[in-house]
Design a protein around this ligand. Structure first.
Ligand code: ADP
Length: 365
């Protein structure tokens, strides 16, 4: 049994009359990299501030390393924090910025010097200790902020959109660096982002937030391939969802009736069958929906076609009225307005119940 670094139990938080967290519970294991992913305003930052001790929950509890944190101030939680806006002290050089938490802890000058120099090399800023923050690039400034957050060897590192201000190329480089740092230090990281690619590529587990609640927690592949709701499916990436109706093991589809395959625990009533872009085949136009050997061919019209590097990203409307995103080879040369068909393997579909409150994937793209 792995030690629990962080235990969140039924955390509730409101600002005035607005409830922002509705009873959040989560265990994070020591050494784990967990991302909190969700749209803006879903409560991720508030949750992070409550872990750090900058905010108190209205009810519920936070324990760190098995110790209840109620009444314990941030400085005594042994947590490093990195925010998007680097919040470096502009009048201090790099070394003084990094040494700040050590001075707060009353560490000797000699020990401070050792620690600062080893952490500078850890974040690849050797020799830059005498620079002022405004003499550094955005990426370098964020490295200083990370160095300052880990220099006192905290058990836990909380990061809130730390790469949000960087351009795409630098962001992906820094993602790799943060991951490498995590592996080298074995530190527990809780990372807030609204970028699904970032969460999927960096984390051991992804926690999907929606309106102040955890919607799903799982390994990146699990939340991407087996979303538990349309919200998660839609938020984690492109997909196409087809309306269907389930009665027992019968699935009523636009092209006819079939029995359910390997999917266990089928919902009842109105559902969506969901495929990710790589699970669909783009084929020549056809006149009507056909169902053959558990493969459904559906006529579709291309609404938009965007070149996305190795693939062509097509937004399509099926003859059933469903709208979604599929990927075609970038050599396919398909343009907006064209008719195509999609071949969908029913045994690969994820079957999701259709709640009245659900957003329909694709509908707001
Ligand atoms: P996220 O990090 O997912 O974008 P936040 O936790 O920042 O979400 O915010 C959740 C909700 O709480 C938002 O509606 C936000 O406006 C509100 N909120 C956050 N901080 C405060 C505050 N200090 N006072 C009032 N409302 C706040």
């Amino acid at each position: 049994m792995t030690a629990k670094a962080i235990k969140l139990d039924n955390i509730v938080k409101a600002y005035g009359t607005q409830k922002v967290l509705h009873g959040v519970g989560l265990d994070v294991a020591a050494g784990e990299f967990v991302s909190m992913l969700g749209p803006s305003g879903s409560g991720k930052t508030t949750m992070l501030k409550i872990i750090a001790g900058f905010e108190d929950p209205d009810s519920g509890s936070v324990s760190i390393g098995g110790r209840p944190m109620t009444g314990i101030v941030p400085e005594h939680r042994n947590i490093g924090v990195v925010f998007q806006n680097y919040s470096l002290f502009p009048h201090m050089d790099v070394a003084s910025n990094i040494g700040f938490p050590l001075r707060m802890r009353g560490m000797s000058k000699a020990m401070q010097k050792d620690r600062i120099s080893s952490v500078l090399s850890l974040v690849a800023l050797d020799g830059l200790g005498a620079r002022m923050p405004n003499e550094l690039s955005g990426g370098q400034q964020q490295r200083v902020a990370i160095a300052r957050a880990i220099v006192f060897e905290p058990d836990i590192l909380l990061m809130d959109e730390p790469l949000g201000a960087l351009d795409r190329r630098l962001r992906t480089d820094m993602q790799l660096e943060i991951k490498a740092l995590h592996e080298r230090l074995g530190i527990t990281i809780v990372y807030v982002t609204h970028d699904q690619e970032e969460a999927l590529s960096m984390s051991d587990r992804v926690v999907v937030f929606n309106k102040g609640r955890i919607e799903q927690v799982g390994h990146p592949r699990e939340v991407y391939r087996h979303p538990s709701s349309l919200f998660v499916a839609d938020f984690l990436g492109d997909s196409l969802a087809l309306s269907a109706h389930i009665n027992g093991t019968d699935i009523r589809l636009p092209g006819g009736l079939m029995t359910a395959g390997t999917q266990s625990e089928l919902p009842e009533g109105a559902v969506k069958l969901l495929w990710r872009p790589d699970q669909m085949e783009v084929a020549a136009p056809i006149d009507a929906v056909t169902l053959q050997e558990r493969r459904l061919s559906v006529p579709a019209k291309v609404l938009t076609a965007a070149y996305a590097g190795t693939v062509l990203r097509l937004r399509v409307e099926l003859s059933t009225g469903d709208i979604g995103i599929v990927a075609a080879s970038d050599r396919a040369n398909i343009a907006a307005g064209e008719s195509i068909s999609l071949v969908l393997d029913l045994d690969e579909a994820t079957i999701l119940p259709l709640a009245a409150s659900d957003d329909i994937p694709g509908a707001r793209r």
